[in-house]
Design a protein around this ligand. Structure first.
Ligand code: ADP
Ligand code: GN1
Ligand code: MG
Length: 352
C-alpha cells in the first residue's frame, strides 16, 4: 500500500519498516523507521470526509512555515516534506491524500498529562506558537473545517439531532440532554465574544491535546505538531482544550466517572505556561475569559459527542454500542466539576 507513496518521496521502501502510530480519532498515522528501530519519518493519510480540501491544509502549513522561517528561524516548525516532484501532498490512485514529515530527532510525545510540569510545557508551546505568529495576518489562512469551534453552530447541530436523530437514543439520553440545554448560557457568552472588539482572531491550533506536543529527552517542550486545524480563531479554543484534556487524570474515554477530577495545580500550570508567553498579547477582555475557556471547550465536546451519538456515530465512529454517549456523559461530569471551581480558578488567574 505504501510503496508507491514512499517512492514518490524518493525513498526506497525496502529500507524502512512501517508501523501504525498515534492515537488520533480522525487521520491515520504511521511511523517509518530504519530496521534498527530509528524513526525517520511520520506518514499520514488525511481523512477527507473531515478535511474536504487537503490542499488547504498543505497551503496553510507552507505559508506558516515560510513566515516562521523569516521571522523566527530558530523555531522548530514541523512542516511537511515535498515529494520528488515538489508537492507537499501526495494523492494515490484511490484518491487518498498522504503527506510525509521528518521525524523530529530525539523527540517524543505523551498521551496523558501526569505532572503539572508537562501541562506547563505544553501550554507554553501552544502559546509560543500563537505568539510567534501574532504578526502574521491570520486571515491569510484557509479554513480547513468551516466553523470548527463555533459553539453556536455546535448547539444548532445538537438541536437538529434532537429533532431528526435516533428516537430511541434521544429518549435514553433525556437526562443529559436537559443538563446540556440548561448550560445554554455558555453559548450566549460565546455570542457576546464574537461581537466583542476586545477579542482578536489569532492563529490558533484548535487541537491542543498533549499528544500534539513534542518533548525532548529532558521533558522540555520542543514544538507543537498536528497542524491541520490551525486556523483563525479565539485563544479560548486552545486554552479550553488544554483544560478539557489536561485537568483530569482520566480522559474522555473513561467509563468510570468516579475517576474524573479537576486538578487545581494543573490549572495553575496551564495558566502560568500560557500567560507567560501571551500575557502581553491578550487584551483585558480576553484575559477575563480565561476560565470561561474551559467551560467553552468542555461543553462543546459534550455537545459534539452527544450529537454524534444521536446521529448514530457518523462522525467519531464507535468502538462499542453507546461509546459516544459515554464520552458525552464523561464530558458533562467534567464540566460540572470544572464549573464548581470557577471562583477558585478566577482567583488563581488574578495572582498570575
Ligand atoms: P494524529 O493525532 O492525527 O494521529 P499527529 O500528527 O498528532 O496525528 O501524529 C501522531 C503522533 O506521531 C504524535 O502524537 C507524535 O507522537 C508523532 N509525531 C507526529 N509528527 C511527528 C514529528 N514530526 N516528529 C516526531 N514525532 C511525530
Ligand atoms: C478529534 O483527531 P483528533 O483525535 O486529534 C477532533 C477534535 C476533538 C477530538 C476529541 C477534526 O481530534 O476536535 O476534540 O477528536 N478533531 C476533529 O478526542 O474533529
Ligand atoms: Mg495528534
Amino acid at each position: 500500500m505504501f510503496n508507491n507513496i514512499l517512492t514518490r518521496y524518493g525513498l526506497n521502501p525496502d529500507l524502512y519498516t512501517i508501523q501504525p502510530f498515534g492515537s488520533g480519532l480522525i487521520n491515520h498515522t504511521w511511523k517509518i523507521s530504519k530496521p534498527d528501530g530509528r524513526p525517520c519519518y511520520i506518514l499520514q493519510k488525511i481523512n477527507t470526509a473531515v478535511f474536504k480540501e487537503p490542499e488547504a491544509i498543505a497551503a496553510n502549513i507552507e505559508r506558516l512555515g515560510s513566515y516562521l522561517q523569516a521571522h523566527a528561524p530558530a523555531y522548530l516548525f514541523a512542516g511537511a516534506l515535498p515529494t520528488a516532484a515538489g508537492e507537499y501532498l501526495c494523492r494515490n490512485e484511490k484518491n487518498e491524500y498522504f503527506r510525509l514529515f521528518p521525524f523530529i530527532p530525539r523527540s517524543h510525545s505523551i498521551d496523558m498529562v501526569n505532572s503539572p510540569e508537562q501541562a506547563f510545557e505544553a501550554a507554553r508551546q501552544f502559546a509560543r506558537f500563537t505568539n510567534l505568529l501574532s504578526g502574521f495576518d491570520a486571515s491569510l489562512l484557509q479554513i480547513t473545517i468551516p466553523q470548527f469551534h463555533d459553539l453556536s453552530l455546535r448547539y444548532q447541530q445538537f438541536l437538529t439531532a434532537l429533532a431528526q436523530g435516533n428516537p430511541f437514543r434521544i429518549e435514553d439520553a433525556a437526562g443529559l440532554i436537559t443538563y446540556l440545554q440548561d448550560q445554554q448560557h455558555l453559548v450566549e457568552t460565546y455570542e457576546r465574544i464574537k461581537k466583542d472588539p476586545g477579542f482578536t482572531l489569532r492563529v490558533i491550533h484548535h487541537d491542543t491535546k498533549i499528544s500534539n506536543v513534542l518533548f525532548d529527552e529532558h521533558d522540555k517542550g520542543l514544538c507543537v505538531i498536528d497542524l491541520d486545524t490551525v486556523m483563525p480563531g479565539y485563544f479560548i479554543s486552545d486554552v479550553g482544550d488544554m483544560m478539557r484534556t489536561y485537568l483530569s487524570p482520566a480522559n474522555e474515554e473513561e467509563k468510570d466517572f468516579q475517576q474524573i477530577s479537576v486538578r487545581d495545580e494543573f490549572f495553575s500550570a496551564i495558566a502560568k505556561g500560557y500567560l507567560g508567553e501571551m500575557q502581553h498579547v491578550l487584551s483585558a477582555a480576553e484575559k477575563k475569559h480565561f476560565v470561561y475557556a474551559g467551560q467553552f471547550m468542555i461543553y462543546m465536546q459534550a455537545l459534539r459527542f452527544l450529537t454524534d451519538h444521536l446521529n448514530n456515530d457518523v462522525y467519531y465512529g464507535a468502538r462499542y454500542d453507546g461509546h459516544n454517549f459515554i464520552r458525552a456523559q464523561n464530558q458533562a461530569v467534567l464540566l460540572q466539576q470544572y464549573t464548581a471551581k470557577e471562583e477558585l480558578f478566577n482567583e488563581i488567574i488574578s495572582t498570575i
